[in-house]
Write a protein that binds this ligand. Structure first.
Ligand SMILES: C[S@@+](CC[C@H](N)C(=O)[O-])C[C@H]1O[C@@H](n2cnc3c(N)ncnc32)[C@H](O)[C@@H]1O
Length: 204
């Protein structure tokens, strides 16, 4: 299976699902972005050396480690599920053993995305359908507040973009869609990436 083979290349284990059960309906289950989708997208979308990524709902860390390995930029993964977070930490240990030459930092943080304090150098934010649009709105508002305090260009990357997320960004924020990349995966019409950018510190 291609997914497991790619995991072995990165020395991590990210295949599988984890449901939240009846605990909450606002937080979505763990499922990793398909490697084939990441490969296709990042052949088109490249990070620059000054970029700094936050993966909101990083799960076991597939995207976090994939991007670190490919672009050697600082990455932060935020995960709210304690078991999944433990798995991400184990993955970091294994990954780091084999990737000591990559100097960019990797930070994994246990907690809620909506409570993450956006750093002034964070400028790319990744979402693979981690939570409800209500929480997404809070997270985006936190990003915009940070942009007002520290003016900079920021981008949001959404995999599996649901209509309500796009509608919110289009109608209620200064973000504009700048790129859309369809990728072949099991996710049907949602198997695509959309990239939004705001280049001014506008009022949210
Ligand atoms: C669909 S998975 C995506 C995993 C990873 N970003 C990837 O693409 O491979 C969504 C993850 O978000 C986590 N999550 C859900 N709600 C969250 C919240 N409020 N704060 C942080 N993580 C959350 C889930 O536990 C799950 O691991």
């Amino acid at each position: 299976m291609a997914e497991r083979k790619f995991d072995r290349k990165l020395h991590i284990r990210t295949v599988g699902l984890r449901e939240w059960g009846s605990q909450t309906s606002m937080y979505n289950r763990y499922e990793a972005t398909p490697y084939t989708a990441l490969e296709k997208f990042h052949n088109i979308y490249r990070f620059k050396e000054n970029d700094q990524l936050v993966d909101f709902g990083c799960g076991r860390g597939r995207v976090t480690f994939y991007i670190h390995n490919r672009f050697n930029i600082p990455v932060t993964g935020i995960e709210a599920n304690d078991k999944t977070f433990e798995e991400a930490l184990k993955n970091k240990q294994m990954y780091r053993k084999k990737r000591q030459h990559l100097t960019a930092p990797i930070s994994l943080q246990y907690g809620l995305a909506e409570q993450y304090e956006v750093h002034k150098n964070d400028n790319c934010f990744y979402f693979f359908n981690p939570f409800s649009v209500k929480i997404f709105k809070k997270v985006v508002m936190n990003i915009l507040k940070s942009v007002q305090q520290h003016e900079r260009i920021v981008e949001l990357i959404l995999y599996y973009p649901l209509p309500e997320f796009k509608e919110f960004l289009n109608r209620h924020t200064p973000f504009q869609m700048i790129n859309k990349v369809k990728v072949h995966s099991d996710h049907g019409k949602y198997g695509k990436f959309v990239v939004y950018r705001t280049d001014r510190a506008e009022k949210a």
